[in-house]
Design a protein around this ligand. Structure first.
Ligand code: NAD
Length: 457
């Protein structure tokens, strides 16, 4: 049996080695999930909600150890691991509060003995292939509504967050979800690819554009539901009337939180020329207050990068930006010592010829570009293959809305950034993906609407 080795990205040390799945075990596990699905769908929604409530209690009970496990395998600063787990509770509460109304059969017509209804039936077996950067959020955005709606789930967590994936699964089983209703696979991309070879009824993927495009090809001819939540190159525009200090502090956090490894991290900043110098100065001053350190230390803000190969991506973006005339204001190189460390890095005088302003960085690095008008800002914000989020800072609501209405993005922010709400749909334009999670749409997406035409005899 092959093994999956799990390393601590903060020091390179081996944490553990796990037996990994292979083509044969994946096939057997999907068959178990298939077999278990009708009985799970036949349970009442109240029973399924009770399981998810018990899961919530399990997360609360084990929160400290769960945060530690996530921090150790991903390098996420411990405070941010706790924040993610606490944030998950709000998402669970939302799903529990909305499930009944969202899944209730709707009567849309009743006249002259004819009734028309929409029933929300489960898809069946749902495959969830997931990312490591917010493993509780992105895993549970799929797993929890999928289970609530009567699907069984075969979940392939990222190879960089497998211990967390196993904890999610353990707590769901402990909460009463049967073993074959929620199945976790262990392994890297090959195990994900093996899962896609199986007969499943929906594929829900969170990860990079490159992998998402491969998955779309693999799934295409199977004609099953496919959702892809992919990367971004998320822009924010700071207008000349903005509170520069507030905007700088907020955007520095939005760019560097989780060491810049958020799909909705601020990845590009455009600042009106009238406040550009002032903004850049305040932004760099804020970044310099961010403490880099051991991810388990309480005061650490910048942790290790989860994946070592990303260090090379960041180095290449730095070299490219410098070669094309950008000004390096702080950082710009790997950190010292063992593990995957990169200094918080800020560039000014950037432009769209630079990779830094075009390709997802997924690290603690940002470019700040000067613009002369709202129209120029909109043009640059839309000059991207991605479209996950975009924001604007200005006290003027009408101005903000005028800008945000023209921006191609699934989510837009006024005077805030890097924010996800369970009440709102999470989706992207262009290479940021297809489909959505969260909101009541993110519950319904795990169902098939069945149309009933009922005539009384
Ligand atoms: P990734 O694409 O490298 O891997 C994602 C998952 O796909 C992993 O579980 C991996 O094992 C699996 N995989 C790899 N090759 C596969 C294949 N051929 N077939 C099937 N599965 C395969 O992405 P990542 O590094 O884990 O995550 C980072 C990316 O995810 C970033 O681009 C980030 O922006 C994006 N992301 C998006 C969202 C969102 O909601 N839009 C949320 C979080 C992360």
């Amino acid at each position: 049996m092959s093994q999956l080795a799990i390393y601590n990205p903060a020091n390179g040390h081996l944490i553990t080695t796990l037996p990994a799945d292979d083509v044969v075990s994946v096939e057997a596990k999907v068959a178990l999930a298939r077999h278990a699905q009708p009985a799970w769908a036949a349970t009442s929604l109240a029973e399924r909600k009770a399981c998810i409530s018990a899961f919530r209690a399990g997360v609360v009970h084990d929160l400290e150890s769960l945060a530690f496990i996530m921090t150790r395998e991903t390098g996420k600063p411990i405070q941010m691991s706790r924040n993610e787990l606490n944030g998950l509770l709000g998402r669970i509460d939302f799903f529990l509060a909305e499930a009944d109304a969202t899944l209730a059969t709707q009567t849309v017509f009743a006249e002259g003995g004819m009734t028309e209804q929409i029933q929300h039936t489960p898809l069946g077996v749902v495959a969830n292939i997931s990312a490591w950067n917010y493993p509780w959020f992105v895993g549970c955005n799929v797993i929890l509504p999928a289970l609530l709606t009567g699907n069984t789930v075969v979940y392939k967590p990222s190879e960089y967050a497998t211990l967390t994936g196993l904890e999610i699964t353990r707590l769901l089983h402990k909460a009463g979800v049967p073993e074959n209703v929620m199945i976790c696979l262990v392994g890297a991309g090959a195990v994900g690819a093996a899962l896609l070879e199986q007969k499943v009824d929906g594929v829900f993927f969170t990860g990079s554009y490159a992998t998402g495009a491969r998955i779309a090809q693999a799934v295409g001819t199977k004609l099953v539901k496919l959702q892809l939540e992919l990367g971004g190159k998320d822009p924010t525009y700071v207008c000349d009337d903005a509170n520069v200090q507030v905007a700088a502090e907020s955007l520095a956090d939005g760019a560097m939180y989780n060491t810049g490894q958020s799909c909705c991290s601020v990845e590009r900043v455009y600042v009106h020329e009238k406040v550009y110098d002032q903004f850049v100065q305040a932004f760099v001053a804020t970044v310099k207050t961010f403490k880099t350190g051991d991810p388990v230390a309480e005061d650490t803000y910048i942790g290790a990068l989860t994946r070592a190969p990303q260090l090379e991506v960041l180095e290449a973006q730095v070299a490219d930006a410098q070669a094309k005339g950008a000004t390096l204001l702080t950082g710009g190189a790997r950190g010292t010592g063992e593990g995957n460390w990169f200094q918080p890095t800020v560039f000014s005088n950037v432009n769209h010829s630079m990779e830094l302003m075009r390709e997802e960085s997924f690290g603690p690095i940002i470019g700040i570009q000067k613009v002369g008008s709202d129209a120029e800002a909109v043009k640059l914000m839309n000059d991207t293959r991605y479209g996950l989020t975009a924001g604007v800072f200005t006290p003027n609501e009408a101005r903000a809305k005028a800008v945000l209405e023209q921006v191609h993005a699934g989510t837009v922010y006024w005077n805030c950034c890097d924010r996800v709400s369970p009440r709102l749909p999470w989706s992207g334009h262009g290479d940021s993906g297809v489909g959505l999670t969260l909101s009541t749409y993110g519950i319904q997406t795990f169902t098939r609407p069945k149309a009933w035409h009922l005539r009384k005899a």
